[in-house]
Design a protein around this ligand. Structure first.
Ligand SMILES: NC(=O)c1ccc[n+]([C@@H]2O[C@H](COP(=O)([O-])OP(=O)(O)OC[C@H]3O[C@@H](n4cnc5c(N)ncnc54)[C@H](O)[C@@H]3O)[C@@H](O)[C@H]2O)c1
Length: 289
């Protein structure tokens, strides 16, 4: 019995890169996989069914179970169809891995409205919309007496968690995704749904588009620490019925898995009255030094 035996999993953006590795590993671990990919370019332009089809065919050729789906995760009806495709094909849904993503890097002063909107849509709405439809299905199953452990895994980035200049759109979405995952963990616990998040680091077409990273990430002798396949065992574990975590975020790169903790209260100034601006400025000054 492997950790994902018989589980039904949707992996978004699984036609390439990290998501493809998730799909291959999930199938090898016994999961029945819906390989979702809209099949567009790095910046989200265009679409094609073939990346999802190719990965699903690769899984089936290796003896695994998979179907392809090319819905846009940022489209409300498409996200609903995606969830439905798993239930129609395999009779249920246990795991949703939100992974699909695009990049349109630009400094804030140069960013266009479309560059902002498209990146926020694919990442933030593209995490919310499938989660929303899956959660509705899981609530129904729970209420119908078919309760069992269900898993959400979301994909954030150090770009959002530690604020990378030049990626205001992407970083804002990725930071939001980490918080969204924690809120999902709290809201959906009553339906036995757990929710965790990863911030991966790997060699894919997204990272190779960033100047300087190709050389850093080039495979070296021995352990290939930037191989996207290194990310997938963590996601498979977070997708297993006996995963011990919820509401957590893990940085994953090479053989390193690091729990990431977020915002916390630090020094404070406080009084039992409304502050005057002058008094507040004076009280806060030591915190700036
Ligand atoms: N590679 C890294 O080091 C790294 C670092 C931090 C975060 N991430 C995140 O990991 C995830 C996977 O990225 P990757 O590096 O494997 O890139 P990738 O481009 O190789 O894969 C992303 C896939 O998502 C698909 N996709 C894009 N928009 C979609 C949509 N609207 N609906 C369905 N599919 C869509 C693309 O077609 C593509 O195949 C992304 O969320 C990315 O932001 C990657």
């Amino acid at each position: 019995m492997t950790s994902l035996d018989g589980r039904v999993a949707i992996i978004t953006g699984a036609g390439r890169g990290i998501g493809r590795e998730h799909a291959l590993l999930f199938a090898a671990e016994g999961a029945r996989v819906v390989v979702n990919d809209h099949g567009g370019a790095n910046d989200g332009s265009s679409s094609s069914e073939s990346p999802a089809e190719e990965v699903a065919a690769e899984i089936r050729a290796a003896g695994g179970e998979a179907i392809a789906n090319s819905d846009d995760v940022a489209d409300w009806a498409g996200a609903s169809q995606l969830i439905r495709s798993a239930i129609d094909a395999y009779g249920d849904l246990d795991v949703l891995v939100n992974n699909a993503g695009i990049l349109r890097d630009r400094t804030i002063v140069n960013m266009t409205e479309a560059e902002w909107d498209d990146v926020i849509a694919v990442h933030l709405k593209g995490h919310f919309a499938p989660t929303r439809h899956a959660a509705e299905y899981w609530r129904g199953e729970h209420k119908a007496g078919r309760a069992r452990r269900r898993n959400l895994v979301h994909t954030s980035s150090t770009s959002g968690l530690f604020s990378n200049p030049g990626q205001g759109n992407y970083g804002a979405a990725k930071s939001g995704i980490a918080t969204f995952s924690q809120i999902a963990a709290k809201e959906l616990a009553r339906y036995d749904v757990i929710s965790n998040c990863i911030a991966p680091g790997a060699r894919t077409r997204l990272t190779l588009a960033t100047p300087g990273l190709e050389e850093i990430m080039a495979p070296k002798q021995g352990f290939d620490e930037w191989d996207p396949a290194n990310i997938s065992p963590v996601v498979a574990y977070l997708s297993s019925a006996d995963c011990a975590f919820t509401g957590e975020t893990f940085f994953v790169q090479g053989g390193a898995v690091k729990r990431v903790t977020g915002w916390e209260f630090a020094e404070a100034v406080e009084q039992e009255a409304k502050w005057s601006v002058a008094d507040l400025a004076a009280a806060l000054q030591p915190l700036a030094e």
